[in-house]
Every structure is written in structure tokens, then in C-alpha cells.
Design a protein. Structure first.
Length: 66
């Protein structure tokens, strides 16, 4: 085994358009499926002022493992 898979990535990206946010989310989902197909993931997109609410209240699109 190359290494123990016990790490995580958390990212907040601001100053992007709605279209750019959707493109980033799409790429993150693609990469997540490549590197961690059975891993659990969450993506939340929205207005900058709502970041805390997005993270805390769960307005999210879950990316599940197979």
C-alpha cells in the first residue's frame, strides 16, 4: 500500500462567479471519484456571506462512495 488514507481536504474559495463555482465543484467531484471512490464528500456552493451557514446547517450536495 502506498500510504494510509487518513487525511482530508477542506476548502473555501471566494471571489468566483456562480459559473466558476459550479465548474470548481464539478472538477472536485471528478477528482474525488478518481482518488477516493469510496470516500465521503460534501460540496456546498453559495454566496460568500452564507459560508458559515453552508458549513453548519448542511445546505450541501453529498458526494458518496459507491
Amino acid at each position: 500500500m502506498a500510504g494510509k488514507k487518513d487525511n482530508a481536504v477542506v476548502m473555501v474559495l471566494t471571489d468566483v462567479t456562480m459559473t466558476q463555482a459550479a465548474q470548481v465543484a464539478k472538477e472536485v467531484m471528478r477528482i474525488k471519484n478518481k482518488f477516493a471512490p469510496l470516500g465521503r464528500g460534501t460540496i456546498a456552493t453559495g454566496k460568500r456571506q452564507d459560508v458559515g451557514e453552508l458549513l453548519q446547517k448542511g445546505k450541501q450536495n453529498r458526494i458518496s462512495g459507491k
